[in-house]
Design a protein around this ligand. Sequence first.
Ligand code: HEM
Length: 390
Amino acid sequence: MQFRPIETLLRRCAADGPLFEVSTLVPGRMLVIGSAEIAHEILHAPPATYLAGVANRRILPLLPDDTVLTLDGEKHMARRRLLAPMLHGSALEGLAPAIAQVTAEEADLWPTHTSITMLPRLRFLALRLAANVLFGIETRHDAEVLEGLVSRALPAYGMLAGSHSLRRLRSLSPQSLTGRRWVEFADGLRDLLGERHPQVTELVGGDQLFALLLAAHETTAAALAWSVHELAREPEAAAAIAQSREGQRPWLDAVIEETLRLRAPLIDIVRTAAERVTVAGRSVEPGTLMLIPPPLIHREGGGDLLGFCPGRFLAGQPDPRTWLPFGGGDRRCLGASLALFELRHVLPLLLERFTLQPATARSERALLYGTALVPERGARVRLTPRNAVF
Ligand code: HEM
């Protein structure tokens, strides 16, 4: 699964149909849904039939229990209402100049005329953007300090599955280590932000910010990396975007939507059945983890859906029943507008600056990195400055 996650899911779905059981390191019963119709039924079921917070705690057992990702019910809605203004509307309006500045600063450092790996570079760019929005961090230096704090806090998150059994290690358990890392993360963040942004830490303490950063960072980095990977293979679309003006970029939206379809950054949307339910004629017991993998739903029906074809979205927006990169229902990604805003601003800036060429003819397959799907070779491309004089 780790190395060929999408191929494995497609094979199982072809063999066993749109509802099949899997066993992984995560304890308990798990069903995978490979049909948009069943996925819609689950994501839009009456409240409290399926729980996302319980499910997130099961696949990310090291997250605290009281974050927007891990809560359910009224407490979850209250947390969403608190955080939403940071990620929508006027909060985004003022972001374009910061995105332009950060993107230019980063792109200045990238080698040209040689093949390079974009994923780590775009991961840092995505971290700088998230740091700017969530914490008001503006300089590269402060973002590097934050990167250090994140990487020290994150190793324990690599030990995701089955870790309940490790609780008996007590002070040496991943839970306890992670608890200490949160404290270190929150302390480090407080030192870094100092008096500059007291409202940030007051509004949403260290754990909340860490959960948001976790949700925002790798997903956006993967989306940027896959977009660059695909655009390197679509020179006409890339040129059309580079030559177009803001507000008049049909190819840009089409490429982003198609990238999020074929190269969905998250392996699955998760829910736990809170009661006995019947799904596709099958009785499902309470506590079953339901996995809805966008890569499977987005390829349902096969044929031309297996290939990258941004033209399919030139005529109209994707259908939310079959296009689920951000999940759906009342748990749909809270950062979707922010992520799309970032993609819509960063990609044209890169394309105005560089032409992209793939480093290898063969497209990169997806590799599982935590719960994110990233290009197996890190999106290797060759950048050439546009208008370069040879
Ligand atoms: C391209 C980038 C991104 C992708 C593909 C993505 C995808 C997703 C998905 C699939 C979910 C689960 C939705 C569900 O359960 O129905 C989710 C949840 C969430 N995402 Fe994103 N995400 C992205 C970027 C971001 C960003 C930039 C933020 C900003 C902080 C963010 C914050 C969140 C939060 C807070 C949740 C939990 C929402 C809830 O449970 O109520 N995401 N995301």
